[in-house]
Write a protein that binds this ligand. Sequence first.
Ligand code: HEM
Length: 127
Amino acid sequence: MTPGLVHLHGLFVVLSLAGFITRGLWMLRDSPRLKARWVRIAPQVVDTLLLCTALLAAWRLYWQHGAHPAFLSVKIAGLLLYIALGLIALRLGRTKAVRATAFALAVLLFLYLMAVAITRQPFPFIR
Ligand code: HEM
């Protein structure tokens, strides 16, 4: 059952990134689609499921055995930072330059977190 859970987590990871990039591009083009009700709600559902499957997988693979590898701490902190950058990019940033910078940093951070997940290393690019 756990491999299925990890795959489900991976699916929500992909949906979250695809949805975030789509909304980021709409933000850059001042698209009114960004204000649609479903566009505001769907990402919250996806991100909640991303986190729930993540925590459940972490429990089953590691925490219930008393283990806590460093890469998990990096992913938890990274996810919180990604959410904060996402808020700045899509809602709170006052100028488009601030919003665009937050958007680019959030996407880069997300890609880094994917590398962390795949290698299970906090610093995947350092050998
Ligand atoms: C934006 C944030 C995140 C991204 C991009 C992400 C991405 C991924 C990906 C792509 C995998 C599959 C890796 C593979 O099977 O090779 C994975 C696995 C996993 N993720 Fe996440 N994840 C994120 C957040 C989290 C969080 C917050 C946790 C919670 C503690 C978590 C816990 C796990 C666990 C336990 C696995 C399975 C690791 C293993 O097989 O040993 N993830 N993640």
